[in-house]
Design a binder for this molecule. Structure first.
Ligand code: MN
Length: 191
């Protein structure tokens, strides 16, 4: 087997971007059905299609001996009263964990065990969060004006299952109420 070479890559502590690579962008139109307020979703898209978040995929081989890593940058914004967030996913290999480290901004890491238990961690610069195996995870920017920037690492063969979340959604959603974030039950789950 060919041995791998080491490499280095810069991710800016100011804005999370790498000068060497192009991030993958998720626009609001990529997130149909993921926000509770469907009317608000459609009315934003009538005017514009904002970029909700970006993240890096470095093309690391999808092997259990490898680690995938990069940054995620979530823009500030809301759909109705629900904050901009990532789609969220389970790993296809459910037994694989992930680590996030907040570089800048203010957000939440929302997690949900495949059997239903929700957990949430608040993130500010310097805080790292361990996402245990078998938990879906989603990042949410609760700042009014600043991007929420995190570095992540996970087993490179973990794979992404977006479908389960696209269909059911998370049990909890994060909305702004009287200017502050509030964790509420997802009305779509009818619980
Ligand atoms: Mn993940």
């Amino acid at each position: 087997m060919k041995e791998k070479k080491s490499f280095s890559i810069k991710f800016s502590l100011e804005d999370g971007y790498s000068p060497d690579r192009t991030p993958t962008r998720r626009m609001l139109s990529d997130m149909k059905g993921m926000y509770a307020d469907t009317k608000a979703f459609e009315s934003i898209l009538e005017k514009e299609d904002p970029c909700v978040y970006e993240f890096y995929e470095l093309g690391i081989p999808e092997k259990s001996s490898d680690l995938a890593f990069g940054t995620t940058i979530i823009n500030p914004g809301k759909v109705g009263n629900e904050y901009f967030m990532t789609k969220g996913h389970f790993h296809k290999k459910l037994e694989t964990a992930e680590v996030y480290y907040c570089i800048k901004g203010h957000g939440y890491l929302l997690m949900e065990h495949f059997k239903g238990k929700a957990e949430i961690q608040e993130m500010t610069p310097g805080i790292s969060v361990y996402v245990p195996p078998k938990f879906a995870h989603r990042s949410i920017n609760i700042s009014k004006s600043e991007p929420f920037i995190m570095f992540f690492v996970f087993r490179a063969d973990a794979g992404h299952d977006y479908k389960t979340i696209e269909t059911k959604g998370f049990r909890k959603i994060i909305v702004e109420k009287n200017g502050n974030p509030e964790i509420i039950n997802n009305p779509k789950r009818g619980e």
